[in-house]
Design a protein around this ligand. Structure first.
Ligand code: PHE
Length: 377
């Protein structure tokens, strides 16, 4: 069904290109972006888009790349994997982009990466952390760390900093990100001598988590690991407190959204999550970025805005260094990224096309996440 739709789309776009002539300007570099600008993870897509656009404006304002202007075409995938496949096909066949930025959510990157790979169009995910994403093929990259590391960071934090011996898990069974991160946390926790007393699940979009939380409450865990996205996590925190569960909830980067606090409020106080950067960092590069972003958008950049900015930065550096602007040469130049100074840290891509970078742990108090510690890989 989906394949047939893509085939029709292909024909329609071929027809359009034929009849109207390709709208290719040789003085432009065509970059595609896909993300959840609407839907249940809308802050993921909009923050990333803000970060990417800030970078594009700066680069074009400074004269572009080797005399060429960056032309960004961004589409909304509504947080839906089928739609992600559709819009990425459109970027490649209709807009003839030379490189693609996106997605945030690992399941959406996994839906579209095979299309980029088959068409040999390089794709850089700013923030998908599931290991499977870059395993799709040699045209798929990311500028963030991966979940085996993130799971280890939060497991070690639970055991060493919070002195937890037992943990419960509450995971989203339809999300590659949530399932993977839960597994990596569990593996590390057990290896270090901890016990998982309950492993519960839900499906994105659920609004009632009371039966899972009642089960967890009965097992009296020291901490509860909830590697989900902000919408469900906010509700889970509230319902946990309503049921009298007082222990800290822990999570990963999927918590990072201003909407988390709107939904969860005071129920989140004393909870922790791992992320890619802290706006509190005194690093001048971070402070300079926070100031620029705030001036343009009137808010403090979250991790996604920052990773969006860095993904465009890594791409711009690669475009500058590429032997030519053929997709293969762009691919090779991205793969060669070493010690790029990003806002989220120094970015080097390893043989698996993943970035190896530190993580930060943040603590929530009064609807604000504050820096606790940095963990190096
Ligand atoms: N790492 C998440 C995933 O792979 C996406 C995410 C990154 C969400 C950073 C919020 C902040 O699905």
């Amino acid at each position: 069904m989906q394949k047939r739709f893509i085939a029709v789309l292909f024909m329609v776009s071929a027809f359009l290109t034929d009849s109207c002539g390709p709208k290719i300007n040789p003085n432009e570099i065509r970059i595609g972006e896909y993300g959840s600008l609407t839907g249940a993870q809308a802050t993921f897509g909009t923050s990333t888009d803000n970060g990417i656009k800030l970078a594009v404006d700066e680069i074009n304002g400074a004269g572009g790349i080797n005399g060429k202007t960056l032309k960004l075409t961004a589409y909304d995938d509504q947080g839906d994997p089928a739609e992600a496949a559709v819009v990425v096909t459109k970027l490649i066949t209709q807009d003839q982009v030379q490189v693609v930025l996106g997605e945030v959510a690992s399941s959406l990157s996994l839906a579209a990466a095979p299309i980029c790979q088959q068409n040999k169009i390089p794709m850089i995910s700013p923030s998908s952390t599931n290991p499977k994403v870059t395993q799709v093929g040699d045209y798929v990259f990311r500028v963030c760390f991966i979940d085996p590391f993130q799971g280890q960071v939060m497991s070690d934090f639970a055991m060493n900093n919070l002195k937890a011996q037992t943990a419960a898990i509450l995971r989203d069974q339809k999300s590659d990100y949530s399932m993977g991160l839960a597994d990596f946390f569990v593996k590390r926790f057990k290896e270090k001598g901890g016990t998982i007393v309950s492993d519960q699940s839900y499906v994105a979009g659920d609004v009632d988590f009371k039966s899972q939380l009642t089960n967890i409450r009965g097992q009296k865990p020291d901490v509860i690991f909830v590697p989900g996205y902000y919408g469900e996590v906010g509700l889970i925190a509230k319902q946990a407190r309503e049921l009298g569960v007082k222990v800290a909830l822990l999570g990963g980067d999927g918590w990072d959204s201003s909407k988390l606090y709107e939904i969860g409020g005071a129920a989140l106080d004393g909870c922790y999550f791992s992320s890619h950067y802290s706006p509190e960092s005194t690093d001048p590069k971070v402070q300079d970025f926070v100031k620029k972003y705030q001036t343009k958008y009137g808010q403090v950049p979250d991790a996604l805005a920052t990773l969006g900015y860095d993904s465009m930065g890594v791409l711009a550096a690669a475009l500058k260094n590429a032997k030519s602007l053929s997709e293969a040469d762009i691919r090779d130049a991205i793969a060669a990224t070493k010690a790029y100074t990003g806002v989220t840290g120094s970015i080097s891509l390893d043989a698996n096309r993943d970035a190896v970078k530190p993580a930060v742990v943040l603590k929530i108090e009064n609807s604000k996440a504050s820096y606790v510690t940095t963990v190096n890989p």
